[in-house]
Design a protein around this ligand. Structure first.
Ligand SMILES: *Cc1c(COP(=O)(O)O)cnc(C)c1O
Length: 587
């Protein structure tokens, strides 16, 4: 038996060696499928899109989310109400005949899968399987387990995680995929490790699992954490775990050290059973090491899928100059040679498209010549959507000095997040109070894929004001950068790596409190952003192409997927092992 290969690394050799099974609670697959809520899902979708382009064989598992996340309505005061987003899976997917079961509380729940085929630029097809429990034979409650993304209480969530992790692992097997690597995108899928361990024991009691059994599972699993604060980790009480998952499993997981503060901690479970783990930026990996010092945590910085997030006008400009960017996002570096006039003209088109959408939705006609800031993301208090209004008089002075200032907001608050909902109302109130002839503020309803693309491409500056260290990565600023739009942001998450002061945007400096950071935000607007915007269009154009060249060429999922492939999925030693396995299977 050959144990080493002299062949150089090649993505083309990977398919015959099996697949990476990628598990994520949400995946933004297609703008018309409401299967995602925000950053985590967009990242998962962009990961799949880039893997399909690059030709890395992934198959993904997620839940069907028949009723979606939610459709956001905001009344005239900014009070949010929510509607379900029912959709028809058979418009997009094909039902697989395979069925698997999972045990939830004491019930056997049958799970099926719908297959969506994602086609990459060169015709590679990656299947995404959407797990569904809405089947005859399941109880009424169980039929609803795959209805709502992040809906219900923690009991509902744990039951969904059983379907995703354990159902997904079994489904991969039932569908005949030979899985080399199981990639858990966040802790929601961590229970897949339990399914693998049980499969390793071939029905034997969990209590008899040996170190070797556990190691066998570990060698197949990799884990990406996305949560920088302990409160953000998925956790379940012992009582819930015993009731929903069962006493034996609970005792076993407790013994394996997957409990912290008396609760099953999904991050800890995933870490215990993974041979490789990473955070989503360098800073986030460091923060994660602080929370879990007993584990080695690598970092692979997030990205976005360039062809998905670059606006049509900028795409045409790039194509006219170097179409190679479509093949490999590294070539975006050549944006440094774009003409100043051309990039301004392309951005002006993207800005007009955004302002047309604002007018169509709200009746408010904004001025395309006026400096326009964008702020859009899931509304959570740590993101401090109202930091810009800390000193309204100063903001009004900035607007006057700039010859006008326009701020476009969007974002959904989780239906159960009352402080987040209150924050939207606060932005509405501030917008109504402080908008005048020169300062205009608008909040757009129902932030999602399409609006996100329009906003990140069409504003002049992308603003992000999270409280450190809550932002693991952030990806909307990367979408902006792909469009040549600089960021003005707190130095947290990706921006620590992406900010080259005055070249790709500006840093809001760390302060001891919100007021100090607001002060820095104003100061940067007064001394850097506004003067540059007013000074000379060529200078702004240079800022735009620097942003696109430096940050577009790096903060993309094309680079990210290659890093996952080489550093996490198939480091050289494992490629050799996969080849050995291939020969064994061939015999
Ligand atoms: C990109 C994107 C996000 C994530 O943005 P962050 O900057 O990471 O908060 C959320 N929602 C939508 C619709 C997006 O397109």
């Amino acid at each position: 038996m050959q144990t080493t290969s002299s062949k150089p690394f090649s993505y083309e050799t990977l398919p015959s060696a099996g697949v990476v099974a990628y598990f994520s609670m949400e995946i933004a697959i297609n703008p018309a499928m409401p299967t995602y809520s925000g950053g985590l899902g967009v990242l998962a979708g962009d990961t799949m899109r880039s893997a399909a382009d690059v030709g890395v064989p992934l198959v993904a598992f997620t839940l069907l989310h028949r009723k979606g996340y939610f459709q956001q309505h905001l009344d005239s005061k900014g009070v949010q109400s929510e509607d379900v987003q029912p959709w028809n899976p058979s418009d997009f997917c094909v039902e697989e005949p395979a069925r698997v079961t999972v045990t939830v509380e004491d019930r056997i729940v049958t799970v099926r899968a719908w297959r969506y085929e994602l086609v990459g630029r060169y015709g590679h097809v990656l299947p995404i399987y959407l797990l569904d429990t809405d089947l005859d034979g399941n109880s009424g409650w169980d039929r609803g387990l795959t209805d709502h993304l992040y809906g219900g209480d923690t009991n509902y969530r744990l039951q969904q995680e059983i379907v995703l992790g354990m159902g997904g692992a079994r489904m991969a097997n039932a569908l005949g995929h030979r899985v080399n690597v199981y990639h858990m995108n966040e802790g929601h899928a961590a229970l897949l490790t339990l399914a693998l361990l049980e499969s390793q024991l071939a029905g034997g009691p969990l209590g008899e699992a040996t170190e070797t059994d556990i190691e066998q599972v570990r060698q197949k699993c990799v884990f990406t954490t996305h949560t920088p604060v302990p409160a953000g980790h998925d956790r379940f009480s012992t009582e819930q775990t015993i009731r929903i998952l069962g006493g034996d499993r609970t005792a076993r997981l407790e013994k394996l050290g997957c409990f912290r503060d008396g609760m099953l901690n999904m991050t800890l479970l995933a870490l215990r059973f993974s041979r490789y783990a990473n955070g989503v930026t360098m800073q986030h990996a460091k923060v994660t090491r602080g929370m879990f010092p007993e584990f080695a945590i690598d970092s692979i910085t997030n990205g976005v899928h360039a062809p998905t997030w670059i606006s049509e006008p900028i795409q045409q400009l790039l194509d006219a100059n170097f179409s190679s960017w479509r093949r490999d996002s590294l070539y975006l570096r050549n944006a440094i040679d774009l003409s100043e006039k051309d990039i301004l003209a392309a951005h002006a088109r993207a800005k007009r498209e955004l302002l047309a959408e604002v007018a169509a939705r709200t009746g408010l006609v904004l001025n395309p010549k006026v400096l326009t800031l964008g702020f859009a993301r899931r509304v959570a208090t740590y993101k401090r959507a109202t930091l810009l209004f800390t000193d309204p008089e100063r903001l009004a002075e900035i607007a006057a000095a700039a010859g006008g200032l326009q701020i476009i907001y969007a974002g959904k608050a989780h239906p159960q997040d009352e402080p987040g909902k209150a924050l939207i109302q606060q932005v509405y109130e501030d917008a109504a109070r402080f908008s005048n002839g020169v300062l205009r503020i608008v909040y757009l309803e129902n932030y999602g894929w399409d609006l996100g693309a329009l906003m990140t491409a069409g504003v002049d500056v992308w603003v992000n004001t999270p409280r450190r260290p809550y932002e693991a990565s952030g990806t909307s600023g990367m979408k902006a950068a792909m469009n040549g739009v600089p960021s003005l942001s707190i130095l947290d998450g990706w921006w620590i790596e992406g900010c080259i002061e005055g070249y790709t945007g500006w840093a809001i400096e760390d302060g001891a409190n919100d007021a100090e950071e607001a002060n820095s935000l104003y100061k940067k607007l007064e001394t850097a952003v506004v003067p540059l915007y007013l000074e000379a269009p060529e200078k702004w154009a240079r800022l735009m192409r620097n942003t696109l060249a430096f940050n577009g060429s790096y903060f993309n999922t094309n680079r990210m997927v290659k890093q996952y492939t080489r550093n996490a999925y198939y480091p050289v030693k494992l490629i050799e092992r996969a080849k050995v396995e291939e020969e064994v299977f061939a015999d």
